[in-house]
Design a protein around this ligand. Structure first.
Ligand code: NDP
Ligand code: 2IT
Length: 444
């Protein structure tokens, strides 16, 4: 058994019932073998055992009172996974499916993603099984205040800087920041994705979706192609999906379908994004309403059907494991050429294998959606420097970061003899910097 195989087997044994964490660890560890083989000193230093064990896991009770006066109790999490190259950094997810396995997979991915940005940020992730859907603003505020009343003691602008993820957007960040400031009496960059009136950065709202399109655009460009005239399918209709759609459309693509967790809409004339934004951002409603408002559009009461729609480019932007082997096979059969992951780990290991075997250009999440956290790091820089950059300045930096990520993962894949394998390229390019820093720090 190799070092990697032993670490992986042990990880599964010591962390039972954590399938998503096993999945992310398997994908990462099995592809970094060429680097690990070149560095026998890693094994002597227990590097992979330390890399896959969070530095700290915080779990806490979040009690809050709903509008009917009833006391509710949710679980709260923050996994501070790795601080070798910078303070822990990563989002908070509020969704009923959240559990330790999901937060750990997200945290592990975040370490390498943050490394790929080229900026000094470590990896962390947190959240709660709280469901903001259908809650009043006061209920969301009560929950956020209770969550932060515990979390505040573990975070800080140079320690751990949370941000948004599924179910955590501008409203939630505002309530979380307000409570942090009240308890600590500090107006600092302890959260990113803040509003523009209290320390936020321009472009952070758009960053993940824009970044996804910038890196895909570079992959297209390197193949003598572009978004112009391409048919695109995007899953999800939240923050990442909306701004991916916006940028893809501005580059001449036709986005024909999007979904929420109930079902998808198909609009052969191209999605009218202002209507999606009105339904999802303003009204916090269901995407079904789109088909009632737009002539020629159809609503289907399931999510899976979206992957049966013929497209050139598929952008999964909702959640983990939304594309399985069968979905991948359907996409390939219908001619998909590019898959770029806006969501974290949206493709199963089997789906990735289908894309690889069929020569689909596959840009994995930790590279493709790194624009969000990269812009969070730009927000941190502006906060600590007491500066405010223009939209154009931040957007230009974001675009350059995404182009650099593309070439770094492409070069790493080539260097290790797997040209075009961006899963391997991203894992290796991200891992090398973290491993080098961890080795420099000694056994900690
Ligand atoms: P939002 O909460 O804004 O939107 C999530 C979207 O995905 C909604 O349309 C939601 O539908 C849908 N969705 C969520 N869970 C499911 C599910 N189980 N099945 C089907 N649809 C689902 O989140 P974001 O757009 O911020 O995040 C989307 C993805 O992008 C996540 O994987 C996140 O980790 C990742 N990501 C986000 C970044 C960011 O900056 N926000 C950065 C990098 C990655 P519904 O409205 O019905 O719940
Ligand atoms: O998955 C992610 O990279 C995010 N949710 C964004 C994290 C951040 O700190 O901006």
């Amino acid at each position: 058994m190799t070092y990697i195989e032993r670490v992986l087997e042990n990880l599964k044994k010591r962390n039972p019932n954590e399938p998503e964490f096993h999945q992310a660890a398997t994908e990462i560890l099995t592809t970094i073998a060429p680097v690990v083989d070149k560095h026998p000193e890693y094994e002597a230093a227990g590097l992979l055992e330390r890399f896959t064990e969070p530095e700290r896991v915080i779990m806490f009770r979040v009690p809050w009172v709903d509008d009917s006066g009833k006391v509710n109790v949710n679980k709260g999490y923050r996994v501070q996974f790795n601080s070798a190259i910078g303070p822990y950094k990563g989002g908070l997810r509020f969704h009923p499916s959240v559990n330790l396995s999901i937060i750990k997979f997200l945290g592990l991915e975040q370490i390498l993603k943050n490394s790929l940005t080229g900026l000094p940020i470590g990896g962390g992730k947190g959240g709660s099984d709280f469901d903001p859907k259908g809650k009043s603003d006061r209920e969301v505020m009560a929950f956020c205040q209770s969550f932060m009343t515990e979390l505040y003691r573990h975070i800080g602008a140079d320690t751990d800087v949370p941000a948004g993820d599924i179910g955590v957007g501008g409203r939630e960040i505002g309530y979380l920041f307000g409570q942090y400031k009240r308890i600590r009496d500090e107006h600092v960059g302890v959260l990113t994705g803040r509003g523009l009136s209290y320390g936020g950065s321009l472009v952070r709202t758009e960053a993940t979706g824009f970044g996804l399109i910038y890196i895909t655009e570079e992959a297209l460009k390197m193949r003598g192609d572009s978004f112009k005239g391409k048919t695109v399918v995007i899953s999800g209709s939240g923050n990442v999906a909306i701004y991916a759609c916006s940028k893809a459309q501005s580059l001449g693509a036709k986005v024909v379908a999007m979904y929420d967790s109930n079902g998808y809409v198909y609009d052969p004339d191209g999605i009218k994004l202002d209507i999606i934004k009105d339904i999802k951002e303003v009204k916090r409603g269901r995407i079904k309403e789109y088909a009632e408002r737009v002539k020629g559009a159809k609503y289907f009461d399931n999510c899976k059907g979206i992957w049966q729609i013929p497209c050139d480019i598929a952008l999964p932007c909702a959640t983990q494991n939304e594309i399985d082997e069968n979905d991948a096979a359907a996409l390939v059969k219908n001619g998909v050429k590019y898959v770029a992951e806006g969501a974290n780990m949206p493709s199963t290991l089997e789906a990735i294998e289908v894309f690889r075997k069929n020569g689909v250009v596959f840009l994995p999440a930790k590279a493709a959606n790194a624009g969000g956290v990269a812009t969070s790091a730009l927000e941190m820089a502006q906060s600590s420097g007491r500066m405010f950059w223009t939209f154009e300045e931040v957007d230009k930096k974001l675009k350059n970061i995404m182009i650099d990520i593309y070439h770094n993962i492409d070069d790493a894949a080539k260097e290790y003899g797997h040209e075009g394998d961006y899963v391997l390229g991203a894992n290796i390019a991200g891992f090398v910097k973290v491993a080098t820093a961890m080795m420099a720090h000694g056994v900690v």
